[in-house]
Ligand binder design. Structure first.
Ligand code: PMP
Ligand code: GLN
Length: 398
């Protein structure tokens, strides 16, 4: 077939099927209908005021031009200090930290830097949507293991089966979006043992590292014995400091891996978020109470929303971390989560996200819906009372 202009389908084949993200679709639906948006995960309150003031000061102080490629020096140091302070990891700010345009660019830089076309990437499903798209962009192949509602436990046999001689990396996410699961130490050790057996990298997305509940511990993969050398960790200020629009993320790991990611990152954005970087550096150094205060507040919000979903008649998987809870709409008569979510604003004035869009095996999540609880208490209370009106109603048509 001649290669040339194909006006009807200009998109490269490997990106077909990605269309518009579910977050964009559902946020648009919320604004069209005026429904409460528990779809896209973003808080409706601001982060620490000293961080906000530092960004204003950076803008007014003239820090508005390109920052250095790897990140501003004070943020590189602050990320390294954070890794030592919370996890005891000695990280060299000059060679082992890279600042990126959010975790999204961190993930893309690392996957594009490490994967040759045809290499395999092992990940759990449901997976955060950018994983599938990024793996496709790299020309790599996704191999998955399903986490099943309601416990979302790792299934050892299917995880093992996902590994092969072509496995280049494992793309992990704990605390996990969309399930709210926090991987146990034993589960992480299993993943790491397989990564060692197949000589694969572990790329670990820990953007919700500080958002865990009920005393459940987040175990950073890089702290597990023998794992530092093969682990690339990714995080972001968006969740920890309630500033999802700032897009300040970072990659940490062994110097050669960080250098590889930096090589790619230079040609994705070169740099981003100039004046926000010093503000995030300041925030990372704030008192422990800033970190724990947000987690405790989200824990309460989780309880509020879980109670509302249960009241509505849905089975709920109580999350140990993140912004999200997954509930099953099957008991309400729903048979297709995507159709149910498209109908939900009309049914009760609330927006959620169908979990099936984060799956290859869509049957595994046919009637599951993710709701975000990173919202003001009064918003959650109102959403809960709207959801409660679903109880006993016939939504079987969707
Ligand atoms: N990973 C996960 C698991 C996420 O939920 C998100 C969305 N916030 C990201 C990465 C992207 O983070 P950022 O906004 O910093 O790019
Ligand atoms: N991480 C956010 C979520 O899971 C969405 C980010 C985005 O819209 N890409 O809701």
């Amino acid at each position: 077939m001649p290669v040339g202009l194909s006006p009807a389908t200009p998109l490269v084949e490997r990106m077909r099927g990605f269309g518009t993200t579910i977050f964009a679709e559902m946020s648009a639906l919320a604004s069209q209908t005026g429904a409460i948006n528990l779809g896209q995960g973003f808080p409706d309150t601001d982060g620490p005021s000293s961080m906000l003031s530092a960004a204003v000061a950076a803008i007014e102080g003239g820090r508005n031009q390109y920052p250095p490629g790897p990140g501003v020096p004070e943020l590189l140091s602050a990320v390294a200090d954070h890794q030592r302070r919370f996890y005891g990891l000695p990280v060299d700010p000059a060679s082992q930290v890279l600042v990126t345009a959010g975790a999204t660019e961190g993930i893309a830089s690392v996957v594009l830097a490490l994967c040759e076309p045809g290499d395999e990437v092992v990940t759990f499903e449901p997976y955060y949507d950018s994983y599938a798209a990024t793996i496709a962009l790299a020309g790599a192949v996704r191999r998955t293991s399903v986490l099943r509602f309601p416990s979302f436990e790792v299934d050892e046999a299917s995880l093992r089966a996902a590994f092969s001689a072509r496995t280049r990396l494992v793309l992990l996410n704990s605390p996990h979006n969309p399930t709210g699961k926090v991987f146990s130490r034993a589960e992480l050790e299993l993943v790491c043992a397989l990564a060692r057996e197949y000589d694969a990298w572990v790329v670990t997305d820990e953007v919700y590292e500080h958002l865990t509940f009920d005393g459940v511990e987040h175990v950073p993969v890089a702290t597990l014995p023998g794992m530092w050398e093969r682990t690339i960790s990714i995080s972001s200020s968006g969740k920890t400091f309630s500033a999802t629009g700032w897009k300040v993320g970072w990659v940490t790991g062994p110097a050669p891996a960080v250098a590889a990611a930096r090589t790619v990152k230079q040609f994705l954005t070169y740099v981003a978020s100039g004046p926000f970087q010093p503000a995030v550096a300041l925030a990372l150094g704030l008192d422990d109470s800033v970190y724990t205060g947000l987690a405790r507040s989200l824990e309460r919000k989780r309880d509020l929303l879980c109670a509302g979903l249960a009241e509505a008649g849905m089975a709920v998987s109580r999350p140990s971390g993140t912004y999200f809870v997954v509930a099953d709409a099957a008991a309400l008569g729903a048979s297709d989560g995507l159709a149910f979510c498209r109908e939900l604003p009309a049914l009760c004035g609330v927006v959620g996200v169908p979990v099936s869009v984060f799956h290859d095996d869509v049957q595994a999540a046919r009637t599951l819906v993710r709701f975000a609880f990173c919202k003001k208490d009064e918003v959650l209370t109102e959403a809960a009372s709207r959801l409660a009106t679903l109880k006993g109603r016939e939504v079987g048509a969707v």
